[in-house]
Design a protein around this ligand. Structure first.
Ligand SMILES: C[C@@]1(CC(=O)O)C2=NC(=C\c3[nH]c(c(CCC(=O)O)c3CC(=O)O)Cc3[nH]c(c(CC(=O)O)c3CCC(=O)O)/C=C3\N/C(=C\2)[C@@H](CCC(=O)O)[C@]3(C)CC(=O)O)/[C@H]1CCC(=O)O
Ligand SMILES: NC(=O)c1ccc[n+]([C@@H]2O[C@H](COP(=O)([O-])OP(=O)(O)OC[C@H]3O[C@@H](n4cnc5c(N)ncnc54)[C@H](O)[C@@H]3O)[C@@H](O)[C@H]2O)c1
Length: 282
């Protein structure tokens, strides 16, 4: 990537970022199907939403969001009135069947330097939405940079097939462990920061991702006591007594992924007993 040619050729894409919208004010103009998808995405990001649309144009999903999430959504049953609608807003989204109005709202937003997305005018968008895969803290966005939104949805399906469905849980556990580590080794940057990063990186690299899902509070403390606190040793799965007999292979199979040896033994014993009694009867 760092070759001269590669550096000279950088460009033509968009910046992929995880925008932090918590408690920011988002205006959505329009209440149809696309608006309902926007509301879902924006609610996920904990923003405060204002929806503007005549009541007769509301999609049933939009209606449901408005009814059920009054804590986050203010709804106005009226058409867009003018630039004052943009006062205090941190982001503006249009999802309108009126291309001219959409364009004017983009211009108004631009004058006020408010980031704006117009669902019907890609060329004027400051950012695009993408197909999303979410699993707890794991967020994957697929973007075709405006070329083929349906393709993004199809690629999402492909990627989902390759995930175990346990990644989100594993990441949650890693997040908890990182917080505990930061409590033991506080501070930003410096030598300690480097050591912390090295330990976390080595740990993440050496365990199977799914193994992290079995960690509980006690095991995390043990890992830090017997790992980090002892010369920053990276504990192995075996040292931690993590026993894994079965790994969930597909996103769509909601089986219990981990069995303790005892449970597996009991299950095995019960199976053999059933088999034996069947043989005796026949
Ligand atoms: C990914 C997704 C996310 C989301 O919307 O949340 C998304 N569109 C989705 C679906 C979808 N959209 C359309 C179809 C019909 C088939 C087709 O046209 O392909 C389908 C398929 C379907 O519904 O299955 C029609 C369409 N889309 C845009 C226009 C305007 C235009 O292009 O002029 C038109 C009318 C075109 C026309 O009139 O012909 C524009 C945009 N749509 C984007 C995102 C941005 C680019 C993202 C990217 O390139 O990756 C961008 C640029 C702006 C934006 O919206 O931010 C979501 C799938 C989510 C999922 O299923 O998981
Ligand atoms: N980006 C995407 O993913 C995507 C996908 C499909 C369609 N689109 C485009 O997005 C737009 C919206 O699609 P949709 O299916 O939600 O359309 P829709 O017809 O269901 O919704 C249009 C909404 O605009 C509202 N509206 C109209 N005039 C208004 C005004 N003056 N003030 C406030 N609200 C007003 C209506 O009440 C309605 O709720 C279309 O232009 C479509 O081409 C984008």
């Amino acid at each position: 990537m760092d070759s001269t040619d590669a550096i000279k050729q950088l460009g033509g894409g968009s910046l992929l970022i995880a925008w932090q919208l918590k408690n920011k004010k988002v205006l959505i103009v329009g209440g149809g199907e696309v608006a309902s998808q926007r509301i879902e995405s924006i609610l996920t990001a904990d923003a405060i939403i204002t929806v503007l649309s005549p009541e007769k144009g509301l999609h049933p999903r939009t209606r449901r969001f408005i009814e059920l999430r009054a804590d986050r959504i203010t709804y106005h049953d009226r058409p867009f009135q003018g630039p004052e609608e943009l006062d205090d807003k941190d982001m503006v989204l249009t999802a309108l069947d009126d291309n001219d109005l959409s364009q004017r709202i983009v211009e108004m937003s631009r004058e006020r330097r408010i980031p704006v997305n117009a669902a019907d005018i890609p060329d004027l968008c400051d950012f695009y939405f993408g197909a999303q895969i979410r699993d707890g803290p794991l967020q994957i966005m697929i973007s075709t940079n405006g070329n083929g939104p349906r393709m993004a949805a199809l690629i999402k399906g492909r990627l989902q097939k390759g995930l175990s469905g346990l990644e989100g849980e594993a990441i949650t556990k890693i997040g908890q462990l990182r917080n505990k580590l930061k409590e033991r080794a506080p501070g930003v940057g410096g030598q300690l920061g480097k050591q912390r990063m090295k330990w976390m990186t080595a740990l993440c690299n050496s365990w199977d991702m799914e193994d992290f899902t079995v960690l509980d509070d006690v095991m995390m403390e043990k890992m830090l006591d017997e790992g980090w606190n002892k010369d920053q040793h990276v504990p192995t799965v075996q040292e931690m007594g993590v026993s894994r007999l079965e790994k969930r292979s597909s996103h769509s199979t909601p089986t219990i992924p981990y069995l303790t040896i005892a449970t597996a033994f009991l299950a095995g014993a019960a199976f053999s007993a059933t088999l034996l009694s069947y043989w005796r009867r026949s």
